[in-house]
Design a protein around this ligand. Structure first.
Ligand code: 9WN
Length: 423
C-alpha cells in the first residue's frame, strides 16, 4: 500500500476519533451509540495510545468511573443524563444498585488491561498504572468469582450483549427457549440503521426478557436461576490475554503477579478443553445443555490466547478458505463473521456474516503470535484497504465491502491507527 494512502487513512482515522470525542468519552459512533461502551473504549485506547496518550488515559479513567462496588466494569456507562438509546438507564435500573453512575448491569469482553499495557509500552506512566491497575485486577477477579460456574470451564456470559457479538448464531438455541418480553420496546437502533442489518425484533424481545430477569436477580443470579448462560470461548480468550497483561502491569509496579498468572493458566486450560478436534474449532459451552453448533469466527478467535495451539494450521486454512471464512469471487471481503458454508450465514445482518474490523484486529494479532506472518500481513493489508476504500463503518458487506450499520465508527478508526503504527 502506498505511503500516501496510508497517511490519508491515518489522518481520517484520527479525525474520526476526534469527532466522536465529547471530552468525557469517545462515542462508538456519532448517532446510534450515545454512551461509553466497554470494549469500544478499550479499542479507542489502543488507537490513541501512540498519538494522544493523555487522552487515552482519560478514556480508561472515564470507563472505570462506572465500575461497580463488586468489581464489574459495565458494558455501557451512561455519562449523560438523557440518553437516546434503548434500553437506557431507567430500564437497566442500575443507578440505584451498586453502580456509582448510571450504567448497564452486565459486562463485555475485558480488553481494557491489554489496552493499558499497549498504552504503557508506548507512553509509560507509573502514576497512571498505580491509579488504574488495582481496578483492572478487581474486575478480573470479579469474572472468576461470579462467572466461573465450573472452575475448569469457560467464563460464562449471562446476556448475548456481554459477548460483544450479540446476534451471533451461537446464541440461537438459547434465545429460542426464551419467552420474549412484552414490555414496551422502542427499537431506537432502527432510527439509524435499516432493520435488515440489525438483530430481529424477536431477538430484541429475548434480550429484554433476559435483562429483566437479570435485573430482578440484582444482576447476580446463580447459574440455575439464569435463563441464558453460555461459556464463551471468545470472552475467555480475551480475559486470558488480559490476565497476562495485568500480571505484566503489576510487575511494572513491583507487585506480585502470581495470582494473575494462576488465573491466566486456568483460563488457558479451559480453552484447551474447549477445543473440539472433530470440528477443528474452539466450541462454546452451552450451560443450557445443548450441542447445537454453528461455524462462527469465535471458534477461531481463541487462537489469540493460545497461539501455540496445534490446531493453528487448520484455523489459518479456514480463514483463507473461500468456502468458509476466506475471500471468494462472490464474497471478496474477509473474513466473514459466520462461515459461508453455515446455514446461519447472512451477509448483511450484524454478527451473522458481515466483516468486522475489530475482529480482524484480534485475528491479525493471533496469527502474528502463532507464526503465520504472511496470513497476518495479508489480513492487515486487506483490513486497511477496506477502511481506506469504504471509510470507517461498524461492519461491512463481504460481497462488495459496502459499509453497514453506523458510519464514522470509532473502533474501525482505532484499529486502523494501531495497524499502521504497530504493524
Ligand atoms: C449493544 C457499541 C456496541 C458494541 C457491540 C455491538 C453493539 C449494542 C447494540 O454495539 O451492541 O451492546 O446496541 O447493538 O454488538 O459489540 O460494543 O459499538
Amino acid at each position: 500500500m502506498k505511503p500516501g494512502i496510508i497517511s490519508a487513512i491515518f489522518d481520517e482515522a484520527h479525525a474520526t476519533l476526534r469527532n466522536n470525542d465529547n471530552g468525557v468519552y469517545i462515542k462508538p459512533g456519532p448517532g446510534q451509540y450515545p454512551g461509553q461502551w466497554n470494549w469500544d473504549a478499550a479499542l479507542a485506547v489502543i488507537g490513541l495510545a501512540s498519538i494522544d496518550p493523555e487522552r487515552a488515559r482519560n478514556e480508561v479513567e472515564s470507563l472505570l468511573t462506572g465500575q461497580w462496588e463488586d468489581g464489574m466494569v459495565p458494558h455501557i456507562v451512561f455519562h449523560d443524563p438523557v440518553v437516546d438509546y434503548f434500553p437506557g438507564p431507567a430500564i437497566w435500573g442500575s443507578a440505584q444498585g451498586s453502580s456509582p453512575i448510571p450504567s448497564s448491569g452486565i459486562t463485555q469482553p475485558p480488553l481494557l488491561a491489554t489496552a493499558v499495557r499497549i498504552l504503557h509500552e508506548v507512553a509509560p506512566s507509573i502514576a497512571f498504572l498505580e491509579q488504574v491497575v488495582p481496578d483492572l485486577d478487581r474486575w478480573h477477579r470479579w469474572f472468576h468469582h461470579w462467572r466461573r460456574f465450573d472452575r475448569h470451564g469457560l467464563v460464562a456470559i449471562l446476556h448475548p450483549w456481554e459477548s460483544g457479538t450479540d446476534n451471533s448464531p451461537r446464541f440461537d438455541r438459547a434465545l429460542r427457549e426464551i419467552n420474549g418480553s412484552e414490555s414496551p420496546m422502542v427499537r431506537r437502533d432502527l432510527h439509524h440503521v435499516s432493520a435488515e442489518q440489525r438483530p430481529s425484533d424477536s431477538d430484541y424481545r429475548a434480550y429484554l426478557r433476559i435483562l429483566e430477569h437479570l435485573r430482578d436477580a440484582g444482576y447476580r443470579p446463580e447459574l440455575d436461576e439464569s435463563i441464558f448462560a453460555i461459556g464463551d470461548t471468545f470472552l475467555t480468550a480475551v480475559l486470558a490475554v488480559a490476565e497476562r497483561d495485568v500480571g505484566y502491569l503489576l510487575s511494572e509496579l513491583g507487585q506480585a503477579s502470581t495470582e494473575a498468572a494462576a488465573r491466566e493458566a486456568s483460563l488457558r486450560a479451559a480453552l484447551e478443553n474447549a477445543w473440539d478436534a472433530r470440528r477443528a474449532r474452539f466450541v462454546d459451552q452451552d450451560l443450557g445443555g445443548s450441542d447445537e453448533w454453528f461455524d462462527t469466527i469465535t471458534g477461531i478467535l481463541p487462537l489469540y490466547a493460545l497461539p501455540r495451539h496445534p490446531g493453528s494450521g487448520v484455523l489459518a486454512e479456514a480463514i483463507a478458505d473461500p468456502a468458509s471464512f476466506g475471500p471468494s469471487p462472490e464474497y471478496p471481503r474477509m473474513p466473514t463473521s459466520v462461515s459461508k458454508a453455515s446455514p446461519a450465514f447472512e451477509p448483511r445482518r450484524y454478527w451473522r456474516g458481515p466483516v468486522w474490523v475489530n475482529i480482524n484486529w484480534f485475528l491479525i494479532r493471533a496469527f502474528q503470535a502463532a507464526g503465520y506472518p504472511d496470513l497476518a500481513s495479508h489480513l492487515r493489508e486487506h483490513t486497511l484497504d477496506l477502511v481506506g476504500t469504504q471509510g470507517f463503518w461498524e461492519y461491512y458487506d463481504p460481497r462488495n465491502g459496502q459499509g453497514l450499520g453506523c458510519g464514522q465508527f470509532t473502533w474501525s478508526a482505532a484499529v486502523a491507527i494501531d495497524l499502521i503504527n504497530r504493524p
